[in-house]
Write a protein that binds this ligand. Structure first.
Ligand SMILES: *Cc1c(COP(=O)(O)O)cnc(C)c1O
Length: 306
């Protein structure tokens, strides 16, 4: 079975984020904890996969082949899902064979791995890249890096309903916008589609400007024909993807102590720090209510112990 028992859609808890700098500014934030949806299948990567899995199911595929790096949250969620629901998974990895906590898990979950080197991995966007893999694995359905594209975005649309269903329990009747980390912008695009202009979606870029996030989001907007998409992107990369500095690490430690919520330095920690900076710069009026999307990624943190 490729797709889990009809709509295995775990509910992420929505909690208040009680932090001093928010209180001082009069801003309220609730955090949607995608890090808690499942012990193994964590974060936004599960939601990005659901539509791809449905398509694979419809095509009669036996499993999924996809790609990522040696700390990839996407491959981790895919391999864990394959093990849980009993479908085959193959991972094409960037670089040369190495053991990371993530790679050990991929093996343990039964994912078959091929290391492409760096040049081989760079060729992933070229026409014809998939042909030899489809010859080798004719029964597997290919999914792009990170589970991206319009299907990935569609899978994230359901997050809006999860928030709406839990607002009342927080005593909120509405909210003003979303704040989340972006790598490819696929998750952001899904929220923008689901909101259809109702609330602004703020994306904190965990990658530098030249990664083409804005273009990828625009492409998804065009493909889906959405009218008046409402989103803003800001830089949160702190000099580069996976670049970590002491201010960031101290911020994460303080935040974890104050809130009891774990963050990792590549996406969620950077996104929250960028929010703090924007709040302190007066971007949001007192009384603003935001949903911070905790996109997970904690498994990848094991490989980054600076
Ligand atoms: C992949 C990832 C993101 C980025 O998601 P996109 O849809 O590519 O923008 C954000 N946070 C975490 C923890 C991730 O693993």
């Amino acid at each position: 079975m490729l797709f889990p028992p009809n709509d295995w859609l775990p509910q992420a808890p929505l909690e208040r984020l009680p932090l001093g700098w928010l209180k001082i500014a009069g801003i309220e934030v609730a955090i949607l904890r995608l890090d808690l949806i499942d012990p193994l299948i964590s974060g936004n990567k599960w939601f990005k996969l659901t539509e791809h899995l449905k398509t694979a199911d419809r095509c009669g595929a036996q499993g999924i082949i996809s790609l990522g790096g040696a700390h990839s949250n996407h491959l981790h969620a895919l391999a864990a899902a394959g093990k849980r629901f009993g479908f085959a998974t193959v991972g094409l990895l960037r670089g040369h064979p190495q053991q990371t906590p993530t790679v050990k898990d991929l093996h343990a979950f039964g994912m078959q791995l091929h290391w492409l080197g760096y040049g081989g991995y760079r060729a992933r966007h070229e026409a014809g890249f998939w042909a030899p893999w489809q010859t080798q694995y004719p029964t597997l359905h290919p999914v792009p890096e990170g589970g991206g594209g319009l299907p990935g975005a569609r899978g994230c649309m359901q997050l809006r309903a999860q928030v709406c269903a839990q607002l009342g329990a927080l005593g909120w009747s509405d909210y003003d916008g979303w704040w989340l980390a972006c790598g490819t912008g696929t998750t952001l695009a899904g929220l923008v589609l689901a909101e259809a202009g109702e609330h602004t979606v703020y994306g904190a870029l965990a990658v530098p400007d030249d990664h083409g996030v804005a273009e990828q989001v625009e492409q998804i907007m065009e493909e889906s024909g959405v009218i008046a998409p409402d989103y803003q992107l800001c830089d949160a990369s702190r000099g580069g993807f996976a670049k970590v500095d002491s201010l960031l690490l101290e911020f994460i430690e303080h935040t974890e102590q104050a809130s009891g919520i774990p963050f990792e330095p590549l996406y969620t920690g950077k996104a929250l720090l960028a929010l703090k900076q924007q709040v302190e710069a007066g971007k949001f009026a007192p009384g603003t209510r935001l949903i911070f999307l905790h996109t997970g990624g904690l498994q990848g943190r094991r490989g980054f112990n600076p």
